[in-house]
Ligand binder design. Sequence first.
Ligand code: MN
Length: 479
Amino acid sequence: MALERYRQKRDFGTTPEPRGRVGAKKKGQLSFVIQKHAASHLHYDFRLELGGVLLSWAVPKGPSLDPQDKRLAMHVEDHPLEYGGFEGVIPPKQYGAGTVMVWDRGTWTPQGDPAEAYAKGRLKFQLDGEKLKGGWNLVRTHGSKYGNGKQAWLLIKENDEFARRGVDARIVDDEPNSVLSGRSLDDIGRKRAHVWHSNRSVAENVRAGAVSTKKKARSKPAASTISLADLGGVKPAPLPATLTPTLATLVDAIPAGDGWLHEIKYDGYRMVCRIERGSVRILSRNGKDWTSALGTIGEAVSRLPVKSAWIDGEVTTVDAHGRTSFQVLQNALADPTQGSLTYFLFDVPYLDGYDLRKVPLLERKRVLKSLVPESDPVLRLGVEYLGPGKEFLAQACNLGLEGAVSKRADSLYRDGVRTREWLKVKCAQRQEMVIGGFTDPQRSRRGFGALLLGVYEPGGKLRYAGKVGTGFDQKARIG
Ligand code: MN
């Protein structure tokens, strides 16, 4: 499964459609989307996530809830997962020129092995969408009836409680509008601003309204319930135009004593994000704009329940082999198909009309935690430990991590200052161990449950070396 055919057909300098990339092959919930597409002929693009892409069929009449209606579904090229969120206008003369609406979306559950069933041309599955539910079949035809050989499939409703007959089955007529924005095709077509331009940054696209945020707003976590105005040291202020992150001072020994919050030192890129009314810019600590290189992160950040904010964190990556390292990260940035990026968030110096830079760190952390969804695939809260530093560092080093960053629990956020209230300590002797992944957080915990670590044996074989998390989690992990 690949996107060559998808990309060959499109000029991403002109069309608003996303260039996209092959996503991770998921074991869990698979998404589906149906896009209503007013091209030369109106049709419905039926797309099922499998193998990191969207398998796609063009259904001229759209789905029917009547099991006796066998709807022709022409198999077309795989589309990137990002395409599932695309609603807007494909400009004239471009492939598929016309208006695209997200007509339905949700999850699909295949019966049996979906790859096998797909290869055989008989997919049986359940849909849990906003409009379509219950059992469905996609069956490849062999006859000459539709002329086009193996490209012709049929989309058929299973006979179950969600099946309807006659006029009740015409769901495309009964529910014609977008599940993303509630708009009709005409509304989308008129609003030319809702056009995704691949030659613009995510921020520019978001600002121009290419991405509808209405639906996303519904799935956002509730906005922070913490009363910002009541925080000590807080100050109402407009969103600063720039922010240079606080830097940690390199020291030889981890600080002893109470009042220090220890974090893992990540092997990645320090990045701050500026969010203003859904528009996201991602900047390196020197102010270089990384927004377009970090599209998935920008998208994830744009879903946070904030109006305006600066957030601070480290971008790193876990590649197909489970390694996370600066080198792998650089490769991933050069070729986004190589690995999935994770943004570890650790600070929020500004939020929704309030300057938090003079609010003590622990309070800022509390605010940050209230913003980040627990199981976001891209955004993670870093491991934190409020306790004896020596123990934390020893464990980090044992596990082959790069080191630790220790911050005074009451430290302020100081723009561009290399402060001694933030200290970084590197492990003296670092075994080449790697983070192979992380488990999901349990119950009330956030970020991740545990880091899974591995070590490369001579010959290059990666061996599982153990789990870390207990040492960090069970003690005085905040929150
Ligand atoms: Mn189409």
